[in-house]
Ligand binder design. Sequence first.
Ligand code: NCD
Length: 309
Amino acid sequence: MLTNLLSINDLDKDEMEQIFKTAESFKEVTTREIKKVPTLRGRTIVNLFLEPSTRTRTSFELAAKRLSADVVNISAKSSALAKGESLEDTAKTIEAMNADIVVIRHSAPGSPLLLAHLIKCGIINAGDGAHEHPTQALLDLFTVRERKGKIKGLKVAIVGDILHSRVARSNILAFNKMGAKVVLVGPPTLMPAGIELMDVEVSYDFDETIKKVDMVYMLRIQMERQSESFFPSLREYSSLFGLNLERIKLAKENVLIMHPGPMNRGIEITSEVVSLPQAAINEQVANGVAIRMAVLYHLLIGGEEKLAT
Ligand code: NCD
C-alpha cells in the first residue's frame, strides 16, 4: 500500500490508473447537492503550507472535508516557524497531535522526504521548490484522459519556464509513464542542462512545435524564483513563447490547452486563449479536488478495498 506521495516515481502505471478510477467516482460525489461521504471520518489531515498557495491548499482542504476528515491548516506566517522554530520541531508537534497525513508545500526541494524521515504519518508533497508537485501532474493527466479519452500515444508540449518548474518535472515523469511523448519548449536559458536524460525532446521553436502536438501545457513564468534575467524582456518572451490566438491558428484544430495556474495573463497565455473551448483550465481546478480525494483515500484506506461512498 502507498504510504507517502513524494514523487510521481512513487507510483507505477497501475497505481496511477487506480487513482484515476477512484477520482472518477469521487468526482460524482462533488457534483451532488450534499458533497460529502463519511470515508475518512475521524482521520486528521494537516495542511502545512510554507509557501504561498491558493488553489492547491484549498483543493486539499476541500478534498479532506468532502471525505469527512478533520483538517488543520498551518501556514508560514501563522506558525511558530515564523518565530524561528525548525521544520523538525514543527513536525514533532504535528506528530504529537496524531495527524494521519501531512500535506506539505515548502520552498526547499526534498523537504517532504525529510519530513517522511522525521515523523510516522503519511506525507504528501504539495510542491517542493523546483523539484516536484505530484498531485498537480495526476490532476493534469486525469483531465487529459477525460478530454482526449486516452493518454498513450499523445504528443504533449510543455512550454515556458521549465527550469523553475516542479509541475514540468512531475508531468514529464507522469506522461512518460503513461506512454505519451513529451516535447519541452522554451528559451535555452530556461531549459535545464541535460533535461533530455528525462526522455523528452527539446525545442526552442514554439511555432514549429505547436503544429505537431495534441496538447500544449503552458507554464507560469516564475518571477519569484528568478534571481537573474533569463530573457531580455517580457514582451519578447510572450512574442516567442506566449500562447495567443495567432499561434493557436498554427495548431491542430482540437489541440488541448492547459495551465496549472496561477496565470500571468498576457505573458504566457492571453485571455482570449483561456476562453477557447479547447482550454481545460477550469476543469483542471475542478478535477484537482477529486484527484486529491483519491490520493488521500489511497494513502489512508488503500486502493484495493471497495469505495465507501
Ligand atoms: C503551480 C505551483 O505552485 O507549483 N501552481 C499550482 O500548484 N497550482 C505552478 C506555479 O506556481 O506556476
